[in-house]
Design a protein around this ligand. Sequence first.
Ligand code: NAP
Length: 310
Amino acid sequence: MENVIIIGTGCAGFTAAIYTGRANLSPLILSGSQPGGQLTTTTEVENFPGFPEGIMGPQLMMNMQAQAERFGARIEYTSVASVKKTSEGHFEITSEDGTVRQARAVIVATGASPKHLGLPNEKSLIGHGLTSCATCDGAFYRNVPVCVIGGGDSACEEAGFLTKFASKVYLIHRRDVLRASKIMADRALANPKIEPVWTSTVREYRPDEKGEMRAVELTNLITGEKSELEVKCVFVAIGHVPNAAFLGDLVDRDEGGYILQTSGTRTKTEGLFAAGDVADHVYRQAITAAGQGCAAALEAERYLAALGVH
Ligand code: NAP
């Protein structure tokens, strides 16, 4: 029986591991499908305190993992399919490969995954000119036009990054004002390679005969006018879905599917804590996720101490 299993290896998960590791609880971390979490798909992180010159996202996550391992955290590369609480009061965590692990406490730090528009041929185009990760795929689209869908910080950041490669970056947004913070919006709109396409939505992805993205069909939401825009890749940046479905009835969720914490990082199930983007649709920053990971570790530590585990 493990003292504590931490599910997820983003900023929240690794911070929870550092704290529970230093508390001698020998945490076991289950990596999830994207080891290192969302920061592994980004480039430079400029707003994580302690790095005045910025730090690359993947490097920051490798540092966090090394720091957690230094204090005795163990990591297994697996995705969790379900969590149950037994009548004896401990948790059974079942991986997608069928392995069952037991723990006295669980910290859920599974983050959130990028949303897609839900268009019919989306699945077949992912990896063929449809993606939600400019850092991963941007360099494949050199000297060709691409588009980004969305108007938030992610869309602006991705559009800026893509101008290093693409001949033109269309920023397609459903309104005529960006949601992004002023600094990010100003930077994007001042970039001569970025062309905003306002009050428009993509209703169709049009592949070529080889199944690669060729164009999108745009609809102007004010005039209803339809047009075709030729792009070799579509980068979708319209927000995220929290990864909490595998918890079943153990947690309550808000209308967006984010876990509702009862107080601090506690959930409605005693011994089950939630930290980071899986429970936060407001701040969603690396540093706030790390802060919640710390809080979850301290609360799990107290919970275990009350059970007699020190
Ligand atoms: P977001 O702020 O939720 O923005 C999502 C964007 O997608 C919005 O502009 C939204 O339009 C649009 N959208 C949503 N659903 C859509 C749909 N079905 N069709 C078309 N457009 C749709 O998400 P985000 O940009 O990923 O940012 C998430 C959080 O991370 C924010 O707190 C952000 O500040 C933070 N972040 C920070 C940085 C940074 O500081 N370096 C970088 C990236 C993200 P509306 O505007 O009309 O709602």
